[in-house]
Design a protein around this ligand. Sequence first.
Ligand SMILES: *[C@@H]1O[C@H](CO)[C@@H](O)[C@H](O)[C@H]1NC(C)=O
Length: 98
Amino acid sequence: MAKGKVVLMMITAALMMEGSRAISLCDMDDEGIEACRPSVTQPNPVDPTPECCEALKGANLTCLCSYKNSYWLPSLGIDPALAMGLPPKCKLDMPPDC
Ligand SMILES: *[C@@H]1O[C@H](CO)[C@@H](O)[C@H](O)[C@H]1NC(C)=O
């Protein structure tokens, strides 16, 4: 019983460490996400910076699309509606079936 608890604690700790590692979202690294963050957070989103557009260019937009109804983006402080509107502002096309 006690042994099982220790294992559980170790797994929890491992998961927490995993969670605190650099995040990567649809081929965007955390640098790219940070560059875009002011443009995808409420209130007062700003126009995307060149750094953000550059990061988006390398991102997988099909993948980004699949997150539009997910609760994961809001949990990162990202407004999904703003996130979906971002590629067009960088003159990038969202996938047609988005
Ligand atoms: C982009 O993401 C989609 C969905 O996650 C995946 O099926 C596709 O293979 C990815 N494309 C690239 C170029 O990585």
